[in-house]
Design a binder for this molecule. Structure first.
Ligand SMILES: C[S@@+](CC[C@H](N)C(=O)[O-])C[C@H]1O[C@@H](n2cnc3c(N)ncnc32)[C@H](O)[C@@H]1O
Length: 250
């Protein structure tokens, strides 16, 4: 089991991959000064720092009390609410921006959750899903990573993850009644440099966590040497297309 400090490390890493896209989208969205912002499924607060330079009122909401306790201890000035995104204890039309990041993949009825996000957004306010991966469209190379990729997908599916949420975003935003919808996919760029053993161990730890719902530790470790070699020699490609969408509340 990962502890909250490790979850936070992981969430910060993910937030780092998607930061440029977020800044680009935030510029396009043109938020008012002193905006009211709601981060749905905020976890340990990995995105809080993005908004720190602004003078907004920022609220984080999550159903996991432990992750919120971690966020509270590290970001003392942030307002946090422990609740389900599908039924938020918040008034109608309260926010200029209501967003999520790596949340909808975990949600059984994402259109319903988007409707609820729209309910608490002001008229003309923005509802955004900044990053949702499409595991079904993943590209893994060489063979050892193809095998691991298939196993990871099986395991995530066992845990209830929607593997093709990325490609569904556009349709879901329409179903939720949002208008002026924009969507797209985050690009990828890789350096040719061999990767460090430390970065491999970090990725491996995450993969072991994902696979443990499906395989024993011994079954997972059978892949480790080949995976490490491809990683350390810079011979791997891992690409999980990650989509975004945003729209306005009518
Ligand atoms: C992958 S984490 C992402 C956390 C954060 N958004 C980030 O990107 O660092 C998903 C978060 O969504 C929360 N979550 C899952 N289902 C939820 C629901 N129905 N309502 C509110 N939060 C939920 C989980 O507790 C978890 O903290």
């Amino acid at each position: 089991m990962l502890d909250n400090a490790n979850w936070h490390k992981r969430f910060l890493q993910q937030a780092g991959w998607t930061r440029n896209l977020r800044s680009y989208l935030l510029e396009k969205i043109e938020l008012p000064e002193n905006a009211d912002i709601l981060d749905v499924g905020c976890g340990t607060g990995a995105l809080f720092l993005d908004f720190e330079p602004r003078q907004d009122t920022y609220i984080g909401l999550d159903l996991d009390h432990n992750k919120l306790a971690y966020a509270q201890a590290h970001f003392v000035d942030t307002n946090l609410i422990c609740a389900k995104g599908e039924k938020m204890p918040l008034r109608n039309q309260s926010f200029d921006l209501v967003f999520c990041h790596y949340l909808l993949l975990w949600i059984q009825h994402p259109a319903q959750l988007l409707k609820e996000m729209s309910r608490v957004s002001r008229k003309g306010g923005i509802v955004a899903a900044f990053s949702e991966p499409d595991y079904q469209a993943r590209v893994d190379h060489p063979e050892v990573f193809q095998k691991l990729g298939r196993l990871q997908n099986h395991s995530l599916q066992e845990q209830g993850v929607n593997l093709s949420i990325g490609r569904q975003l556009n349709q879901l935003f329409h179903q939720a009644g949002l208008v002026d919808i924009h969507n797209g996919v985050l690009g990828g760029e890789w350096s040719n440099d061999p990767q460090s053993k430390l970065s491999f161990e970090g990725e491996w730890e995450m993969l072991v966590h994902d696979l443990s719902a499906y395989l024993t530790a011994a079954e997972i470790n059978a892949y480790k040497d080949d995976a490490q070699e491809a990683w350390l020699t810079g011979n791997k490609t891992l690409f999980i297309p990650t989509f975004y969408a945003y729209g306005r509340t009518p």
